[in-house]
Design a protein around this ligand. Structure first.
Ligand code: AFD
Ligand code: MN
Ligand code: MN
Length: 413
């Protein structure tokens, strides 16, 4: 798209919005400020239990992962942080990693611990970690999380995300109540090992890798445990961690109502934890989630700045960098559209029981093409007008393959 055409579309949109007393300059600056963290494990091609198809040129170590995120930050201006996964991303030279991150303009978002794989630790996590019936295994898993906190402290992170794969595949395999109690006790030890300016983001997931039960299967269980840990423990909502047709926007509203929302792992899904590109399947749901976020923060239910924003996706057939460019764009668009909702009119419709009117208010915002606003926010911040076109025209993947090799493979998921 030519810059002239962009300016024409922007001017037309600004005029339309001005008629509704919406200041597009203000919108553009809000969009420009909204930054989403990128997961270190999303820079490489993902895989399923049926196989993995390497994309070539993938980052082979933490330094190259940061390089890729630095490029995303430069061309999209939608991300300014990375979320690391330990032990996949243990920094060999902390100072060098910190310097590289500063030079790329990226910080360190929440750290992710890993007690769902065996990677040479003395005791296996096959039968559970923080919920294991074996106290020595629980102790080892707690120690691992405390080590992750130490790594995070050295890098300037201020959060620990705990996702537990713990659960069972068959009835009778695990004592439900004991597993829940052991998990809570283990998390209490981890929580007390966190600095006072850190938060614990406790993630839930209904199934996978366990298929009969997961110790923390839903937002309610996560909230139940967080309440027992302390006020800096809150619920992390991974969009792919819900059974089909779950009303996620209602969960977000309920958690905000209790000031219990830690943040998001953005992705999209059709059936399960598919880790598809955010906004690629259910863009309306993503918009409705942002409507709750904007409404909840405006009403004082929970402060916008207290919420963490992160992508968590895994790309089996897309170029990971292109997927992340698309995801960052989709999140920004959903946010921009939600900012357009006439909340005063919506409240009036709700009070009057005007169902059709309420839908009209929401869909007037959702059906507005906000791409010119998001593009302008990017241009004003020094990014590329069209990041995907730039990535392709500059043949960045080809250059990465030339530099790192055809079968370079990222560590991790
Ligand atoms: C997997 C899990 C969960 C976790 C992520 C990183 O389902 O979403 O946050 O790995 O550990 O996707
Ligand atoms: Mn997740
Ligand atoms: Mn997941």
């Amino acid at each position: 798209m030519s810059i002239q055409f962009h300016e024409k579309t922007l001017a037309l949109l600004a005029e339309q919005l001005a008629e509704k007393a919406i200041d597009s300059t203000q919108l553009i600056s809000k969009i420009a400020q909204f930054q989403i963290a990128v997961p270190s494990w999303a820079l490489g091609a993902g895989g399923t239990r049926f196989g993995r198809f390497s994309i070539g040129g993938e980052p082979r170590n933490l330094e190259e992962k940061l390089e890729d995120i630095g490029l995303l930050a430069k061309i999209t201006k939608r991300t300014d942080a990375v979320s690391l996964h330990i032990p996949w991303d243990i920094p060999q030279d902390v100072e060098a990693v910190k310097q590289q991150a500063v030079s790329l303009g990226i910080g360190f978002d929440a750290m992710n611990s890993n007690t769902f794989q065996d990677y040479g630790q003395p005791l296996s996590y096959k039968m559970g970690s923080l919920s294991s019936a074996d106290s020595a295994t629980r102790k080892q898993a707690i120690e691992h999380n405390l080590q992750v906190i130490e790594v995070g402290k050295s890098l300037g992170s201020k959060g620990l995300t705990v996702w537990l794969a713990d659960g069972s595949n068959f009835p009778g395999q695990v004592h439900f109540r004991k597993a829940l109690q052991w998990t809570t006790e283990s998390l209490k030890k981890i929580y007390s090992g966190m600095p006072s300016n850190w938060k614990l983001l406790l993630e839930y997931k209904p199934y996978e890798p366990n298929f009969y039960h997961t110790v923390i299967p839903d937002w309610g269980t996560s909230a139940l445990i967080c309440r027992q840990l302390g006020e800096r423990a809150k619920v992390l909502v991974d969009l792919g961690h819900h059974l089909p047709n779950t009303n996620i926007e209602q969960i977000v509203a309920t958690l905000m109502h209790q000031n219990m929302l830690a943040g998001f792992h953005f992705n999209d899904s059709k059936y399960g934890d598919d880790d598809l590109s955010t906004g690629s399947i259910k863009p309306y749901q993503l918009f409705l989630i942002f409507c709750e976020l904007i409404g909840g923060s405006a009403d004082g239910a929970q402060a916008w700045d207290s919420i963490s924003w992160m992508i968590d996706a895994s790309h089996n057939v897309k170029d990971p960098m292109e997927d992340l460019i698309q995801a960052l764009e989709a999140i920004s668009q959903a946010y921009a559209k939600a900012l357009l909702v006439d909340r005063k009119k919506l409240t009036q419709c709700q009070n009057d029981g005007d169902v059709v009117g309420a839908q009209e208010v929401l869909q007037a915002a959702f059906l507005t093409d906000v791409r010119a606003l998001v593009r302008e926010a990017r241009i004003q911040s020094g990014g590329e007008a069209e990041p995907l076109a730039f990535y392709r025209n500059e043949k960045i993947r080809e250059k990465l393959i030339a530099k790192r090799g055809k079968n370079a493979q990222a560590s991790g998921l």
